[in-house]
Write a protein that binds this ligand. Structure first.
Ligand SMILES: NC(=O)C1=CN([C@@H]2O[C@H](COP(=O)(O)OP(=O)(O)OC[C@H]3O[C@@H](n4cnc5c(N)ncnc54)[C@H](OP(=O)(O)O)[C@@H]3O)[C@@H](O)[C@H]2O)C=CC1
Ligand SMILES: CCCCCCCCCCCCCCCC(=O)OCC(=O)COP(=O)(O)O
Length: 324
């Protein structure tokens, strides 16, 4: 007791001695300068969305539609892309009608094209650039999913999913990249999936296209850093959209059902808000998933045999359910 209180009074005394020494204001001042510098760095590093030209693919529905809404509300000059002109026009009307008095917002432009047609992408990119003269942020969001066994899936279906999810994003990115390089600025974001990091049974075409996407954009990030161009890969878990309804099956037909996991997924608006925040903070790789998918991503690297065991038992269970 005596020792404890005497030790406390000694350290209190030392503290008093230090705070009254001539070094104290110097130390305090240095901490303040460092904190201010960090704050300034953060503010400077933040991309300002206000007035930025933002291209969103797959803007007609789901996550793309929500991205369009949140980036519009943040003051972006939008170029909305999709295949369905009417749905894009409806969105333009909705956004233009929702003018925000707090912030300057712009009526969006739109360009319609099929992302899985490489030639169409090249000419669409010219149109995209003509909208506002340049592109600050490209959000490669459009995608389709797939359900089927590898045994029963046509190679054409694998190509179709790859053409859309991988080559579509690659072609548009490559078509817009030279103008970003010329301007020494730009940000390219892509919506991958948890399935860009782990492969789950009966999703081969989709998981392969998202793994390829992750790899391409990781390479791109390293290659374009010297031009001041940022690259963000987003890997969400289930989101409440029509992705499973629009999924393609092994014989090329539409799956046309809303899966339970997707129906119970996260609100696309919340994911779009996180994306807005991460793009403005220039985050490079963002996993947006719950505990189990996140654990699965780590197990795949740290304990692959456990991961393979879990996936094999998942495949057995799913097959049994289908057969019964
Ligand atoms: N929902 C989920 O659980 C998850 C989704 N993702 C990813 O999020 C992204 C958005 O999907 P989500 O919003 O969920 O699904 P949706 O089906 O709602 O949206 C997909 C969008 O892609 C567009 N699209 C599809 N095919 C083409 C094409 N050939 N050319 C041009 N555009 C096309 C569609 O536009 P239109 O048909 O009008 O042309 C639509 O706007 C996808 O990349 C998906 O892989 C990732 C993880 C989870
Ligand atoms: C001891 C604890 C073990 C924990 C291991 C957890 C293993 C759980 C596996 C979870 C797999 C989740 C896969 C998630 C897939 C996902 O979120 O995909 C997102 C999509 O892109 C959805 O597209 P889809 O067309 O497949 O609906």
């Amino acid at each position: 007791m005596f020792f404890q209180s005497s030790r406390r009074s000694v350290s209190k005394g030392k503290l008093m001695e230090f705070t009254s020494s001539p070094f104290f204001p110097l130390v305090l001042g240095s901490i303040g300068v460092v904190a201010l510098y960090q704050l300034l760095l953060r503010v400077r590093q933040k991309t300002h969305i206000q007035d930025a030209v933002v291209v969103v693919t797959g803007a007609s529905s789901g996550l793309g539609r929500e991205c369009a809404k949140v980036f519009h509300a943040a003051g972006a000059r939008l170029v909305l892309c999709g295949r369905d002109k009417e749905r894009l026009q409806d969105l333009v009307k909705e956004l233009t009608g929702a003018a925000d008095s707090q912030r300057k917002t712009y009526p969006p432009s739109m360009v319609t094209f099929d992302l899985s047609d490489t030639e169409a992408v090249a000419s669409a990119a010219v149109e995209v650039l003509q909208c506002f003269g340049h592109v600050d942020i490209l959000i490669n969001n459009a995608g389709i999913s797939y359900r089927g066994t590898i045994l029963e899936t046509d190679v054409q279906v694998h190509k179709q999913v790859m053409d859309m999810n991988y080559f579509g994003a690659v072609a548009l990115t490559k078509a817009l990249l030279p103008s970003m390089v010329q301007r020494r600025s730009g940000h390219i974001a892509v919506v991958s999936s948890v399935q860009g990091k782990i492969a789950i049974p009966f999703r081969s075409a989709y998981a392969a296209s998202k793994h390829a996407t992750q790899a391409f954009f990781d390479c791109l990030r390293a290659e374009v850093e010297k031009f001041g161009i940022e690259v963000s890969v987003f890997s969400p878990g289930y989101i409440r959209t029509n992705l499973s309804v629009n999924a393609v099956t092994g014989n090329g037909s539409k799956y046309s059902a809303l899966d339970k996991n997707t129906a119970e997924g996260r609100d696309p608006h919340d994911i779009a808000m996180v994306m807005l925040n991460c793009v403005s903070r220039k985050k490079k790789d963002v996993l947006l998933a719950g505990v189990f998918p996140t654990l699965a991503v780590y197990f795949r690297t740290l304990c692959p045999s456990l991961f393979f065991f879990i996936m094999a038992s998942r495949a057995r269970k799913e097959q049994k359910l289908k057969d019964s």
